[in-house]
Design a protein around this ligand. Structure first.
Ligand code: ARG
Ligand code: ZN
Length: 474
């Protein structure tokens, strides 16, 4: 990888924000913006990507988002979105320009701290150049007004994300990159922020999102709901679901409000499972520690609207077709593993899926007379789980492949066999407590486990986490 010096690139910055080269912004996150004065705004452009091993252009450097206030007006009949994104961020370097990730849609206007900013588009990058530059450490407010028909995106593995048209409205799914289809932002899991999402839809339809609904009212034939996420959220976990809904509310034994919304076509079929949320959440809290968010629930779509379930924060989405108690337990477990403790990069994805899969194994053990040992042996016997080591998916297409889930869960089971149940359960709850509402990497995890276990586990990591070959025996 090339590492050109910032000094060499700085002269280009003011003239051509569009050309912000990814590799040229090495160190931008902790840089001091000390490049030569370019005559206009001081500072240097923030990096156009965070060099994620799988998605190098995802996210942006030079700032850290604190809060998104999104105002979305959606008309399903025209599949048209009119929106404003108000982004509060802190500059981590002197910035002459910075990027937001956005795909499709038309940007009408952009301001930074109330003053018009030049906006340019190139691919999935929106570059904003404020007139005066932004000082390192400053908290600044960007407002982007945009509209259009949001895109459905196709992932490397062929599945659909982004903005999905449903039979009665729309559904936004964002893992790993789909949120750029409906709002401009720093769309890498490492930049978490709080959210307020205000959704307006034609009367008769309703819009659901993450967190707590703070108001909903109908005026002049349009219904507006306001959703608040008080705990930090990675943008891939943000969701919007517009349609007709059958809703239920309840409270968990520890007092967490539950709000579920099911498409009327599948509401009856999913009702029995929905009713189990409080009990399952209490069981997960016993094993994983305090629930990290202030609300919970689910969004259930009808067959064909979504191709998979997703752990959208506080309110996971389920496609009716694959909805069973294992899936419910899995997506609820992600609230600790993935949502509260989010991956540092997409390479750390196995940390999400291993724990969520292991939660299913634990459910089998506690509720269905299937010891985790048996689930482990079954996974061990399956060839597809050995295609590659879980911590090293060969390409972005493999991020959701069986080794990430099943072999990842096998790694956890090997830890359990090695350290014993007491220490293993301490790790299950201790890990999400240590990185609550933050980000963590594979190395953070292996270091943490060795600390708690008080022993060197390199052999376990070498064979089960990083090894190319299947071990001779389980
Ligand atoms: N993280 C989701 C789960 O709970 C799966 C997302 C699948 N997405 C995809 N692009 N294949 O397992
Ligand atoms: Zn999962």
């Amino acid at each position: 990888m090339r590492h050109p010096s910032r000094a060499r690139l700085a002269p280009f910055a003011a003239a051509a924000a569009l050309l912000i080269p990814l590799a040229g912004c090495t160190g931008a996150e902790d840089g001091h913006g000390d490049g030569p004065d370019t005559g206009g705004a001081h500072g240097t452009p923030g990096a156009a990507g965070l060099r994620d091993p799988y998605f190098p252009h995802l996210g942006n450097g030079g700032y850290d988002v604190q809060h998104y206030a999104l105002t979305l007006d959606y008309d399903p009949a025209r599949d048209h979105l009119d929106a404003t994104a108000e982004i509060t961020a802190r500059a981590t370097q002197d910035l002459s320009a910075f990027n937001l990730d956005l795909t499709g849609l038309t940007v009408r206007r952009a301001t930074v701290d109330g003053a018009e900013a030049a906006a340019e588009r190139a691919g999935d990058e929106l570059t904003l150049r404020p007139r005066d530059g932004i000082d390192r450490g400053k908290v600044f407010r960007t407002v982007v007004t945009y509209s259009g028909t949001p895109r459905k995106m196709t992932d490397a593995d062929g599945s659909a994300e982004g903005w999905l048209k449903t039979k009665d409205g729309a559904l936004a799914l964002g893992e790993p990159a789909g949120s750029m289809a409906w709002f401009p932002g720093n769309h890498h899991p490492s930049d978490k922020a709080t959210y307020d999402v205000t959704l307006t839809v034609p009367e008769g339809l309703r819009a659901f999102s993450n967190g707590v609904r703070t108001s909903e009212r109908t005026v002049g034939g349009r219904t507006t709901a306001v959703w608040h996420s008080a705990q930090p959220m990675a943008s891939y976990l943000a969701t919007v679901a517009v349609g007709r809904w059958t809703t239920t509310t309840s409270t968990t034994p520890s007092g967490i409000p539950v709000l579920t919304a099911a498409d009327p076509a599948v509401a009856a079929g999913s009702a029995a499972l929905m009713r189990r949320i409080p009990e399952l959440l209490a069981w997960e809290q016993e094993n994983f520690g305090p629930y990290p968010f202030s609300s919970t629930g689910a969004i259930v779509e009808q067959d064909g609207d979504a191709g998979y379930a997703l752990e959208t924060q506080t309110r996971p989405v389920f496609p009716q077709g694959s909805f069973d108690v294992g899936t419910l337990v899995h997506e609820m477990a992600h609230q600790w593993y993935g949502d509260s403790v989010s991956p540092a990069t997409w390479k750390d994805m196995w940390l999400n899926e291993s724990f969520a899969t292991y939660a299913e194994w634990l459910y089998g053990e506690d509720f269905e007379d299937t010891p985790a040992q048996r689930s482990f042996e079954k996974a061990f016997a399956e060839d597809a789980n050995w295609a590659f080591p879980p911590a090293e998916p060969p390409t972005a297409r493999d991020l959701f492949a069986p080794p990430v889930y099943q072999r990842g869960a096998m790694v956890l089971h090997k830890i359990r066999q090695t350290v014993g149940d007491d220490t293993f359960y301490e790790i299950l709850a201790g890990w999400p407590a240590k990185h609550r509402h933050g980000n963590a990497s594979t190395e953070d995890f292996t270091t943490y486990v060795e600390d708690v276990a008080g022993e060197d586990l390199s052999d376990l990591w070498d064979v089960w986490l990083y090894g190319d070959d299947k071990p001779a025996k389980p």
